[in-house]
Design a protein around this ligand. Sequence first.
Ligand code: NDP
Ligand code: 2IT
Length: 448
Amino acid sequence: MSIENAYLNELMEKVIARDPNEPEFHQAVREVLASLSPVCDARPELITEGVMDALVEPERTIKFRVPWEDDQGNIHINRGYRIQFNSAIGPYKGGLRFHPSVNESIIKFLGFEQTFKNSLTGLPIGGGKGGSDFDPHGKSDAEVMRFCQSFMNELFRHIGPDTDVPAGDIGVGAREIGYLFGQYKRLRNEFTGTLTGKGLSYGGSLARKEATGFGLCYFTDCMLKDHGDSFEGKIAVVSGSGNVAIYCCQKATELGAKVVAMSDSNGYIYDKDGIDLDLIKQIKEVERKRIKVYVERKPSAEYHEGCRGIWTIPCDLAFPCATQNEINLESAKALIANGCKAVCEGSNMPTTPDGIDAILEAGLMYTPSKASNAGGVAVSALEMSQNSMRFYWTFEEVDEKLKGIMSDLYKNVAAAAAEYGHPGNLMVGANIAGFLKVADSMLAYGLV
Ligand code: NDP
Ligand code: 2IT
């Protein structure tokens, strides 16, 4: 991916020189700047008024110590982050990730991507992301609670319903949001919708849990229909077995596909009869066990060590729903060689740049994550609306709104791609369509 506009190319060099140890952030910025070259050629004021330089620098970076005590009385110190990337079109909004790999580069790339994604939803939300290098795997509920309370003891002073509204991401689900929200409420002595993904008994929205996976399938369905195709009879592979993967598997199956494989960070399962999703939910959501347990309970399925091998399974539709850079060039080549028709991104930035190039050159359909996984944050914004109104919509109402949002999003992205000379290239379309609203708001504010 080359950046054709000379100024943007220099800006990329500046971003790298300023923070040389942030490869994930560089990767996300490069893709966006490459797509924005034609826009900046046509609108040089975006450069001269400082919008482009400001776009690649977070508004605020908060980094803090998180001390907590394990069940044996040992003290641990983790690192916490909240990067408030861009508030041009609304309060900072984005998830918290708890995973040992978390560092500033990863939170910055996620916050940067979130800014464009949130703009694409059409809802008034800015971009932010946070998290910690804490690993919830194998911790007791009490340990997770103490960690979340300690994390919030610092974070609470930086967030609020009109300032910054965190949610879940990898390692942060309903349990963690409960502990985080409980501590926030206690420290502030107020009940406001400052976190989303809350439990249904205390302000959560129906269909938030399902929203990212369902939204991914709604977006994919729009794209398939645009190509005269559908989910019906397709073989699908879904990586991961967390929140996004589970509800992607559910909706893909409802729409007529057969999902034959899922994974976790240790390995993948292949079930030629189609994944038994109730069994996956039991293993992952209830028992919090490894995915290999699936084959103990369903011996006709296979388990393979190593998660990347999942992309060697022949499929029509590939849904990466685990983590960044999970599809590299080799995985992309395997998908292409096996006749895959579409790569539809659920996780954030799951495909490496050379992987994307190979997929596009081979003529596969491709949905960029910032567009196709926007359903989660879109329903988070609907949760914020319901909290402000002190009112609830039914599951069907939220699901209908989600469908409408994903369908409009698809149309806007496809239209932007065509308008800027790249018909069918949803990656370019998403970067441009997400950018324009943010950029026009930044221009309106003057120097900020
Ligand atoms: P979960 O924690 O629920 O699930 C993550 C899944 O991915 C698990 O199966 C996990 O396996 C696997 N995984 C995590 N890290 C790695 C890794 N380094 N290598 C291989 N597998 C890995 O997270 P979510 O489902 O919420 O998030 C998945 C992706 O979707 C992330 O990229 C996230 O940013 C993105 N996303 C999430 C949204 C949401 O609403 N939750 C919204 C939009 C995007 P294991 O258990 O072994 O770690
Ligand atoms: O990457 C994402 O969009 C999320 N993790 C969801 C963010 C949110 O605020 O719901």
